[in-house]
Design a protein around this ligand. Structure first.
Ligand SMILES: CC(C)(COP(=O)(O)OP(=O)(O)OC[C@H]1O[C@@H](n2cnc3c(N)ncnc32)[C@H](O)[C@@H]1OP(=O)(O)O)[C@@H](O)C(=O)NCCC(=O)NCCS
Length: 178
């Protein structure tokens, strides 16, 4: 059955923060096939960080929930310019991973960017050391641009990085016409 999407509201902030932590950090994230548990010992994002994304007038946080409204996936799509949207804060609950939901959510984010923002390109930044994840995006049509951006160590939430050599790689995709 195809998932139902909705746009996050302020009342979703804590549930989104918890889902992101579950997917990216800590023991439970290791149940999934890709995680940042070996890279960071922190909280990934706090209440204020999620609130800022949900209330950002230039973007949306898209959600997939179960029938009892427990979140299984989230992502943000932000209009960065007349022609480029940014994709981020992408998570699928570890116990729901590897079944194709991530692929469906990414496709919905691309459709949203194309149809609602009218942009022709999606951009994202992925930690360069996460090779398995970069390969997953390449299989979804993303191009490795070779552009590097510094990792914002100063922005970590209540914790620390476990490596000092992290940086982002910029991936882009030209979106199919709406
Ligand atoms: C990235 C993420 C959102 C993908 O969600 P998902 O529901 O697992 O995605 P899908 O089920 O569509 O795809 C699973 C893929 O994992 C691959 N996979 C499964 N086990 C794997 C492994 N051990 N190593 C590498 N790839 C693996 C599958 O082959 C499949 O890829 P394919 O469709 O190209 O064959 C999810 O893993 C997640 O939340 N990760 C933690 C947070 C994160 O890293 N977010 C992205 C930050 S940029």
């Amino acid at each position: 059955m195809s998932p139902t999407f909705r746009i996050a509201e302020v009342s979703d902030v804590d549930a989104v923060r918890d889902l992101v932590f579950l997917a990216y950090r800590g023991l439970e994230s290791r149940v999934g096939w890709t995680s940042e548990a070996d890279l960071f010992d922190d909280e990934r994002i706090d209440h204020a960080g999620v609130l800022a994304k949900i209330t950002d007038p230039t973007g949306v946080v898209l959600l997939v929930a179960t029938d009892d409204d427990s979140l299984v996936s989230c992502c943000e799509v932000v209009r960065r310019s007349a022609d480029v949207a940014y994709f981020g804060m992408f998570a699928v609950r570890p116990s729901a991973q590897s079944g194709g939901l991530g692929r469906t959510v990414l496709a919905e984010a691309e459709r949203y960017a194309r149809e609602e923002f009218g942009v022709a390109n999606m951009e994202m930044t992925v930690i360069a050391q996460r090779v398995e994840l970069i390969n997953w995006y390449v299989r979804r049509g993303y191009t490795r641009t070779g552009e590097r951006r510094p990792f914002p160590y100063e922005g970590l939430v209540n914790g620390r990085a476990l490596r000092d050599d992290l940086y982002f790689e910029v991936l882009t995709k030209q979106l199919p016409p709406a």
